[in-house]
Design a protein around this ligand. Structure first.
Ligand code: NCD
Length: 325
């Protein structure tokens, strides 16, 4: 169980933290998606604010860059009435040699209810969750998991196609370094979709096959008959050495363009978690194809999904989160 020790709860989500998708049950995923659905409408109203999290404090602790994830957690918390503090590595004591754990314990002493953490170290968020009093949400730990990304992807697909069960989803590109791929594999498998991973052999780790996915090293074959094509960025910040000959070559063989898309279903939909590198893993025209690209919708769903997660996790906390461990 990578999600956190089970907690007594009447929310239907018996976890204190959200550390990963691995280990979540289908009913728990469905609960979060259904709840997120109810927040989509709220986010489209002129008055987006509710008092569900009034009195609660959320700290965004980001040790890697982020646009979508950090902003959407902040918006989600503010729209639910919480106070939000943002800390990034540049303005934290990590720069002065403090460890991630010491920083987290310092913040913990100020009684935050939720800590949203992004770190380059796989597993670090799990460790931290064992030390603090509030709920911890993994906003991406190294190449391990990024659970809210998989949830927002699932909500986007479900809203467009009405289901996840039975769909064929091809996740393409830098599988090796992608926490998005890992979380999506767990979620889609759990919800009964057929998952393929499509990548150059240098970016496709052998153990992936053990996760119950089909592996392809030929993009056209990998896309054959699929309903969804999910593209990933080359995560060079996590690469040591050259995994691809050149960006130009990479685009030729692995960049999604209309020609490679031909083998997918005629109405196959395109997704990308962002940030996108146009002309590297995806052709601009395909990315901007309003009929088929779900990329903007993914960003919109990100806020609703994070609201649902904060709602459920804070309901699982004691009414007042006081007292140090
Ligand atoms: C992803 C991440 O940070 O893992 N981005 C995101 O959260 N939307 C993917 C990436 O950085 O390529």
């Amino acid at each position: 169980m990578k999600t956190s020790a089970a907690q007594p709860s009447n929310t239907g989500f018996p976890h204190r933290h959200l550390l990963g998708i691995e280990g979540l049950k289908p009913a728990e995923i469905t609960l979060l998606l259904d709840l997120a659905e109810s927040y989509v409408e709220q986010n489209r109203q002129p008055d987006k604010k509710r008092a569900v999290l009034r009195g609660r404090t959320l700290i965004n602790l980001f040790f890697e860059t982020s646009t979508r994830t950090r902003t959407s957690f902040e918006l989600a918390a503010k729209r639910m009435g919480a106070d939000v503090i943002n800390i990034s590595v540049g303005d934290s004591a990590i720069k002065k040699g403090e460890t991630l754990l010491d920083t987290a314990m310092t913040l913990n002493a100020m009684h935050p209810d939720v800590l949203v953490v992004r770190t380059p170290f796989s597993g670090a968020v799990n460790l931290l969750s064992q030390k603090v009093n509030g709920a911890v949400v993994n906003a991406g730990d190294g190449s391990h998991e990024h659970p809210t990304q998989a949830l927002l992807d699932a909500l986007t697909i479900r809203r467009r196609l009405g289901r996840l069960q039975g769909l064929t989803v091809a996740i393409c590109g830098d599988i090796s370094h992608s926490r998005v791929a890992r979380s999506n594999v767990h979620l889609l498998n759990t919800m009964g979709a057929r998952v393929r991973v499509v990548a150059p052999p240098t970016l496709l780790p052998g153990p992936f096959a053990r996760l119950g996915v089909e592996c392809f090293t030929d993009m056209r074959k990998g896309l054959e008959g699929c309903d969804i094509v999910m593209m990933l960025r080359l995560q060079s910040e996590r690469m040591q050495g050259a995994y691809v000959p050149s960006v130009h070559e990479y685009f030729r063989f692995w960049g999604l363009d209309y020609e490679k898309l031909e083998t997918a279903k005629p109405d196959a939909l395109i997704m990308h978690p962002g940030p996108m590198n146009r002309g590297v893993e995806i052709d601009s025209e395909v990315a901007d194809d309003l009929g088929r690209s779900l990329i903007r919708e993914q960003v919109e769903m990100g806020v609703a999904v994070r609201m649902a997660c904060l709602d459920v996790l804070t309901r699982n906390l004691a009414p007042a989160n006081g007292g140090a461990a």
